[in-house]
Design a protein around this ligand. Structure first.
Ligand code: NI
Length: 391
C-alpha cells in the first residue's frame, strides 16, 4: 500500500474520527467503568465488517483483522478512560457527565484507532498477517487495564505492539519518538509517623510527630542527592503531608504519601530499602514509631529499537524530517508497558498542542483539549506504520 493511498483514506476518515472523538468527549467514563464507551466502540467496529470482535474484560474491546495473506501479528492499542475532573471547557461537546472529563486525550486515542480499523477493515486482501486492535480500559488507575487484558490473552500470538499518546506539550505537526526508556515506573509509598499527642505547651510530655515527619521529608531527598548514581534517572516526591487539628494540640501522628519514578530495575528495587532506612533511623532517634508501605506501579515503558526505527521512518516518510521530534524520556507512567512485556513494542507521541488556537493547557487540566488536526496525523501514523511493520 502506498503512503499516498493510505494518507488519502485517512483524510476520508477524518470527519468520522472527529465525530467519534466528540461523542466520546461528551460522554466520558472513569477507569474500570467504561461500559457505554466499550459498547460504543464495539458497535462502531461491528459496522465496519471483516473484524472478529471480543470483550476480553468487562469494559475492553478487541478487534482482529486477519489479512488474506499469512504473516506476522501487529497489535495497536488505544486507551479509553477519562478522569475525575469537572470540565471547564465550554464547547458544545464538553462533558455531559458531571465531575468526569476526558482530560488526557484518550477520547482521541479511541477515535484514531476506530478510524484506523475502519480504513484497514476495507483492505483485508492487501494485509499480510493480522492486525489486532486493542481498546483498553483503565489506563489512569493502577493496577490498570493493560495487565488485565494481557492476562485475558489478548497478546497471545502478537509479534509487535504499538501505541501513542496525543501530547499537548508537543506542537501540532510533530511526532515524538524515543529509543529505549521512554516513560518511568511509577511507584507509590505511604508513611505514618506515630509520636505521642498532648498539649503543645508541654512538649516534654509528647513525641512530636510533625517535627520528626519534617526531618523525614528533608532526609528522603538524600536518596536522589546522595545515595544513588547521579546518572540514573530517579524522582522521589512527597506529595501529601497531613497531621494536626489545632494550634495548641500536638497531634499523635502524621501521614505522608508520595511517588517514586525510575527506569532501572535494580535502582527501583533499592529505593524502598533506602527509604525505610531513613524513616526507621529518624523515628527511632526520637522515640517514635512508623508504618511504611510501598507499592510498585506500572513497569517502565522501554521502546524496542527495531520497532522504533520503523516508527521513526514512518514519521519521516509521511510528514518529513522536520516533523520528527526525537524526545528525551519523561518520568510519567503508562501501562502500555504491560503489552511490551509480551512483544517488542514502541510508544510514541502525537503533537496536539497549538498556542495559535489557545490549545495550551496541560494534560489532566480542566481546560485541556487537543488540536483535532492531530487525529488525522495519528491515523496516518497507525496506517503507514502497520504496513511497514507487517512487510
Ligand atoms: Ni493519558
Amino acid at each position: 500500500m502506498s503512503a499516498e493511498t493510505l494518507n488519502r483514506t485517512a483524510e476520508e476518515a477524518r470527519e468520522d474520527v472527529i465525530g467519534w472523538r466528540r461523542h466520546l468527549h461528551e460522554h466520558p467514563e472513569l477507569s474500570f467503568e467504561e461500559e457505554k464507551t466499550a459498547q460504543f466502540v464495539y458497535d462502531t467496529l461491528e459496522s465496519f465488517g471483516n473484524l472478529e470482535l471480543s470483550r476480553p474484560t468487562k469494559t475492553s474491546v478487541v478487534a482482529r483483522l486477519i489479512g488474506s495473506k499469512a504473516g506476522k501479528t501487529l497489535a495497536i492499542r488505544a486507551d479509553m478512560d477519562a478522569l475525575p475532573i469537572q470540565e471547564e471547557n465550554t464547547f458544545e461537546f464538553a462533558s455531559k457527565n458531571p465531575g468526569v472529563m476526558h482530560a488526557c486525550g484518550h477520547d482521541g486515542h479511541t477515535a484514531m484507532l476506530l478510524g484506523t480499523a475502519k480504513v484497514l477493515s476495507g483492505m483485508k486482501d492487501q494485509i499480510q498477517g493480522e492486525i489486532r486492535f486493542l481498546f483498553q480500559h483503565a489506563e489512569e488507575l493502577y493496577p490498570g487495564g493493560a495487565q488485565e487484558m494481557v492476562n485475558a490473552g489478548v497478546m497471545d500470538g502478537v509479534d509487535m505492539v504499538i501505541g501513542c499518546h496525543l501530547w499537548s506539550p508537543i506542537e501540532i505537526g510533530k511526532v515524538g519518538v524515543a529509543y529505549g526508556p521512554m516513560m518511568a515506573a511509577p511507584d507509590t509509598f505511604w508513611i505514618t509517623i506515630k509520636g505521642k499527642g498532648g498539649h503543645a505547651a508541654l512538649p516534654q510530655q509528647t513525641i512530636d510527630s510533625i517535627a520528626i515527619g519534617a526531618q523525614v521529608v528533608t532526609n528522603i531527598q538524600h536518596i536522589v542527592a546522595r545515595n544513588t548514581d547521579p546518572l540514573d534517572n530517579l524522582v522521589v516526591s512527597i506529595t501529601q503531608f497531613n497531621g494536626g487539628s489545632a494550634h495548641n494540640i500536638m497531634p499523635g501522628s502524621v501521614e505522608m504519601c508520595g511517588t517514586v519514578r525510575s527506569f532501572d530495575a535494580k535502582l527501583r528495587a533499592a529505593v524502598p530499602q533506602l527509604m525505610e532506612r531513613i524513616v526507621k533511623g529518624i523515628t527511632e532517634a526520637h522515640g517514635a514509631e512508623y508504618v511504611f508501605k510501598y507499592e510498585n506501579g506500572y513497569r517502565p515503558v522501554i521502546n524496542n529499537n527495531e520497532v522504533t526505527r520503523i516508527i521513526e521512518a514512518t514519521v519521516i516518510e509521511v510528514f518529513g524530517k522536520e516533523a520528527l521530534d526525537l524526545m528525551k524520556p519523561n518520568m510519567g507512567g503508562e501501562d502500555f508497558s504491560a503489552f511490551q512485556q509480551k512483544a517488542p513494542g514502541a510508544y510514541f507521541y502525537i503533537g496536539a498542542g497549538n498556542p495559535d488556537k489557545g490549545i495550551i493547557h496541560p494534560h489532566h487540566h480542566a481546560l485541556f483539549t487537543i488540536d483535532e488536526d492531530a487525529l488525522e496525523i495519528g491515523v496516518k501514523m497507525f496506517l503507514n506504520a502497520a504496513f511497514k511493520l507487517l512487510a
